[in-house]
Ligand binder design. Structure first.
Ligand code: PEP
Length: 253
């Protein structure tokens, strides 16, 4: 059985003391109420708070993820943060290819492939994001778009590498908009992605791959989305900035 993941993407929000407070509340809630045993909770704060977060999460049932990583190994790349640096901070996960990074930072498939490979080489689990624009869905091209995003990047991995990553299906039209994919739309795409993996690698690899849903997932709609057979949890943006909402989402998994 696949363990579910609830991952909070804090994006570029909060100052240091706000981040400290929110993480303390999330950890306290998990300590007090215990999260479901088959759920992994991951918090992805801004990079400058990663050291704080890995310190606070040490020994707790919370894992820490980065929101991005450099596509370069090391060297003269001012402002970049390498996979080796994340590893040295004991970061467990890293988001790769979030639609905001594809849109505002023009991340290419080559860069995304390099990021995934570097993360895997440093023992960090990539959460690889894919998802179509609204126009793609309206033109009935959503399957083709997602298939290309995956085929041009993570399908370059060898089978044993692929088995270590997590996929997040995030329809771009649902991110931060309050418009969620219906549970049926999410299930249809997740099953499609799983079928692609089975065809490329094996049925076993497809069955063990965790595929998260992201896009305006909140405390009210999470349970129905997560009840779908191929939805293995969520990548949560806005609703992860509120400890009470995030706790409810964790308990919906
Ligand atoms: C995200 O940032 O990955 C996300 C899904 O955001 P939101 O939940 O706010 O739509």
């Amino acid at each position: 059985m696949r363990r579910k993941i609830i991952a909070g993407n804090w994006k570029m929000n909060m100052n240091f003391s706000e981040a400290d407070d929110l993480l303390a509340l999330i950890i306290a809630d998990i300590d007090d109420n215990a999260k479901p045993v088959d759920v992994d909770v991951v918090i992805c704060p801004p990079a400058v708070y990663l050291e704080l977060a890995t310190d606070m999460a040490s020994g707790k049932a919370v894992l820490i993820g980065a929101q991005n990583v450099s596509s370069f190994e090391n060297g003269a790349y001012t402002g970049e943060i390498s996979a080796a640096m994340l590893e040295s901070l004991e970061v467990d996960y890293a988001i790769v290819g979030h639609s905001e990074r594809r849109k505002y930072f023009n991340e290419s498939n080559e860069e995304l492939t390099s990021k995934v490979k570097l993360l895997l080489a440093h023992g960090i689990t990539p959460i690889f994001c894919c998802g179509e624009l609204l126009d793609d869905r309206n033109d009935d091209r959503h399957m083709e778009v997602v298939s290309n995003q995956i085929g041009d990047t993570i399908f370059h991995l060898a089978g044993e590498e692929f088995q270590k990553l997590v996929i997040a299906y995030e329809p771009v039209w649902a991110i931060g908009t309050g418009k969620t994919a219906t549970p049926g739309q999410a299930q249809e795409m997740h099953a499609f992605i799983r079928a692609l993996i089975a065809k490329k690698y094996s049925r076993e690899t497809a069955d063990q791959c965790r595929i998260l849903y992201g896009g305006s997932c909140n405390a009210s709609n999470a349970a129905e989305l997560f009840s779908k057979q191929d939805v293995d949890g969520g990548l949560i943006g806005g609703a992860s900035l509120n400890a009470d909402d995030f706790a409810l989402i964790i308990r919906s998994a």
